[in-house]
Design a protein. Structure first.
Length: 276
């Protein structure tokens, strides 16, 4: 019976982790905006990118095969009051394509799309796309892997502690070292490749992703040190709860943002505050 309960806890930990990971990704500001429109009695499912690479222009693609439908792209630097630049979509086989010019690291563009057929016109809400440097797969893949393991082991450790299984201490140790590898070592390397900055969290900035990692590290460090002296179910549960709560926050919120006036990279929240 004990083995069965532990298996259930591991399965529950995996389900919680996958749910949080999917929610975090789908709600993040760099995840593509998806919508459905109807023109000429046809329904089209469209996707609008919100993340681009500094190494190439970003293509906005409309999967619309009707040659009677036209579309126009409007864009400007974000956040500014510059006039919009208009670009007509070009038809390529069964789709229409227009490009957004590549920007420096953390540079953003505000863009919208008007789709028209005869007198019928549909306007897609304004979207913001952020550009980042390319991160090598040999850096990005282990970062994602260890961060996933961190969330997974954290949930399992918390559940084991909650149901008073002694294995929580061992799994807590795995959580701590995975967090160091994925968040405190590989995380800054990813940040360096993407935005040319190793750490943008406290005390150097207010990047929410870096600060989430820092908060999780502080709580798991406390749980790790306390558990070395005497196993603490309470501290393990607290660290696990803090971790799942902060990693459920949408990824890249209030992340690095280029100030178009100064050319310096800051955090979106800070820039928005000073513009008010």
């Amino acid at each position: 019976m004990t083995t069965f309960k532990i298996i259930i806890i591991w399965i529950a930990g995996l389900i919680i982790t996958l749910t949080a990971a999917v929610y975090q990704r789908l709600t993040g500001p760099t995840y593509p905006y998806r919508t459905t429109i109807e023109l000429n009695k046809h329904v089209y499912k469209l996707e609008f990118i919100r993340s681009g690479s500094t190494s190439m222009d970003a293509e906005v693609i409309l999967e619309i095969d009707d040659p009677t439908i036209n579309a126009t792209l409007h864009y400007r630097k974000y956040p500014t009051n510059d006039p919009f630049v208009d670009v007509n979509f070009v038809r390529e086989d069964d789709k229409m394509v227009a490009s957004l010019p590549k920007q420096p690291m953390a540079g953003k563009l505000d863009y919208s799309v008007d789709i028209q057929s005869g007198d019928e016109k549909i306007s897609i809400p304004s979207q913001v796309i952020r550009f980042k440097g390319d991160v090598p797969d040999f850096i990005l893949a282990p970062h994602i892997f260890f961060m996933f393991l961190t969330m997974f082991f954290s949930n399992v450790a918390g559940l084991l502690a909650a149901f008073n299984f002694s294995q929580f201490k061992r799994i807590g140790i795995f959580t701590f070292w995975c967090l160091i590898a994925g968040g405190m070592i590989l995380g800054p390397v990813v940040q360096k490749y993407a935005f040319d900055e190793l750490w943008a969290g406290v005390p150097f900035g207010w990047d929410l992703t870096d600060n989430k990692t820092l908060i999780a590290f502080v709580f798991w460090l406390a749980a790790f040190l306390i558990n070395r002296k005497s196993p603490s179910r309470t501290w393990t549960i607290i660290a696990a709860l803090v971790t799942i709560l902060i990693f459920a926050i949408p990824h890249s919120m209030f992340g690095s943002e280029l100030n178009p006036e100064t050319g310096k990279i800051i955090q979106g929240l800070v820039y928005t505050f000073f513009k008010m």
